[in-house]
Design a protein around this ligand. Sequence first.
Ligand SMILES: *Cc1c(COP(=O)(O)O)cnc(C)c1O
Length: 394
Amino acid sequence: MTRNDDTTSSLDAFAQNKLAQLEARNQRRRLVESSRAGAMSMHVDGGPELISFTDNDYLGLSTHPDVIAAARDAATEFGAGAGASRLVTGNHPLYSKLEQTIARIKGTEDAVVYGSGYLANVGIIPTIIGQNDLIIADELIHTSIHGGVQLSKATVRFCRHNDVAHVRDILETERANFGRALIVVDGVYSMDGDIAPLKELGELAKAFDAWLMNDDAHALGTIGDGRGSLHATGAHGLVPLQMGTLSKAAGAYGGYLAASRAVCDLMRTRSRSFIYTTGLPPAAVGAALKALELTEADAELVARPTKLAQHFANELGLAKPVTPIVPIVIGSETDALKASSDLADLGFKVIAFRPPTVPEGTSRLRFCFSASHRDHDVERLIAACKKLGLGNMS
Ligand SMILES: *Cc1c(COP(=O)(O)O)cnc(C)c1O
C-alpha cells in the first residue's frame, strides 16, 4: 500500500465513523432528487406528486413565466456565466439596475449584491468588525452569520432570543471595553417565524454607539408590504445594515446588503466574499430584478402567504403567525421524521428540521406558505394535520 492509500483510508474511516455517529442520532442528512413540477408541486425521487409546504419560494416567483423569461433574456444577451469577479469583468449591466431596485425597496442610499446570502454574511461582518470589537448576536441567528462572526475574530456574546433586556445588560457591562460594536439578528427567524424587535434594538444600539444589522432572508417580499422587517416594525433610521437574499421570495439567487453609499462602497472595495468570487450568472440577476418588480407592484401577492399561514394556524389551534412560517415543534428527531413521512403519505412535502439547525429536543415540522398555494391545497393540508393529530386541538 502506498502512503497515499493510507491517507485516503484514514480519511474515509473518519468520514464513515462520523456519518455512523450522526445516523445513530438521526442527524444524518440525505439529498433526495426533487423535481419541482409547478409552483408548489413536486416529485421526490420520482415518486407521486407532493404539494410542498417547505419551499422558501414565498411568492411562487421562481416559476413565474415573466421571471423565467427575464432569466432567459439575460442569458441570451449577456451569456450563461459572468466570466469573472464583478471587479474584473463580471459586472454586467443588470447589476446596477438590481442594486438600485433593492435600495429603493429597502429605503437606503445604495445596495450591493453578493453571490448568495451566505456569501454576504461572511463578507459584510469582517469588513466592519475586527479583533478589538464586540458582536452581540441573537442565539438563534442563521448559520451563515456565525460564519461571518467567526471570520471577524471579534468577541461575541449571544443574547437570549429576542430578549432586548439581555442585550442591554451586555451593552452596559461590556460595551466600554471594545472599539466598534455590532448587534446582529435575523429580521424573521426561519425556524420559528417570529420577527425581531428591531425598533427597541435599534434605539438601544444608538444609545450605545453600536450598529444594528438584520438578516432579512425571510422578510423581503413577505412582511412590511414586501419591504422587510424594518418596515414591518417601524424601525426607520435604526437599522444601518439590512442584509438579505434573492433566493427566497425573490425566487432567484444572490445575496445583498442595503445600506448607505459609503458602507456599500466599502464592501465593494474590501469585502472578500464580494471581491474574490465570480459574479452571478446574468440569468440569476435578470430573474431577481423581474421578481422584485413584480413584488413591488402587487400588494395582494405579498399579503397572501401570511394570510394562508394564519388560516392554517387558526384551524389547528396554534398561535397566530405574523409571517408565512408556522412551526409545529415535535421534540425528538425520530418523531419529527415520522410526522414528516406521514404527511408525505398523505401528499405533502413538509421537512422535519433537526439539530443542529434547531436546538436539541425541538425537532419540528416547519410549514412555509406561499402565494401560489391554492386554497384547496391548504384545506387538504389542514385535514391531513388534523388526521395525524398535529397541532393543538384540545
Ligand atoms: C437562506 C438564508 C441565508 C442564506 O441565503 P442564501 O442566499 O440561500 O445563501 C442567510 N440567512 C438566513 C436567515 C437564511 O434563511
